[in-house]
Write a new protein. Sequence first.
Length: 325
Amino acid sequence: MKGTAKAHTNIALIKYWGKRNEELILPTNSSLSVTLDGLHTETTVQFHEDLQEDVFVLDNKEVTGVAYDRVTNYLNLFRNYAKKQGLFAEVTSTNKVPTAAGFASSASGFAALAGATSKALDLQLSDEDLSRFTRQGSGSACRSIYGGFVEWQMGERDDGQDSFAVQVAPQDHWDIRVAAVVLTAEEKDVSSRVGMRRTVETSVFYDGWLQSLPKDMETIKEGIRDKDFEKVGKVAEANCLKMHATTFGATPPFTYWQDTTMSLMQTVQNLRKKDIPAYFTIDAGPNVKVIYLPEHEGEVLRTLEAARGVEKIIVSKVGAGISYK
């Protein structure tokens, strides 16, 4: 009983920031992302009759503690569904994503884990059903089931059955590039989950954020459909700034940005003054993702490489959905 799956991470252009149900991971808003080919997780799940507990190995190191508990609890969803309680698994993962520094390692991680577990148990789930399962491990992970441009529909039902991801445009629809600029690979002080909860419960700006989202979603989908790069970039950058503004209005206030984050934001905006269309987006961390068109790659990368505090740049094209071995 063995399955192996590879899933790519994604970067949200319309951000997911807040849950209406913590247990089922049901969001307060719909979100939209692009899957990235340069960042992925590959996971093998093998169930053994003779195992007394689950084993989780990440990048050749056995994992214990909170991360282990999260994986085991997630496997329980599948065991309960397949009526295989008491059957334990060896989970082996290789992560090509800087973990816990504002790169969505949980997205590719839980998508790959869901796919591999589903294969190992021969569940034969549709992508839609797999997306529902994946959501319960990490919200953004449900978008990594698909390639291209993907919307996670928030849904309205209390049981979460209408909260899943759908593909808006396939991988080959539009050739854009995303440069993931690593300013630090250190773990952040406030995790996404903690920051999200604090913002929802206390931020004086949160209602304004929610009210702005339907228009953002409508506009960016038009931009993707029409391959209107300026429209997509403007909405994505503004949406990112609005999301981060909510953290300043929380109690106590906090930010994921560092001084180098803000400096790089200015660097990207200065590129536009030179008529080079480039836009930034930032998830819950200090690192910056820069969106641009392939014909401007040379100038964009030269500028980013010269910027202060840059440790590494990972360039991605639009990525594929989940795949199996």
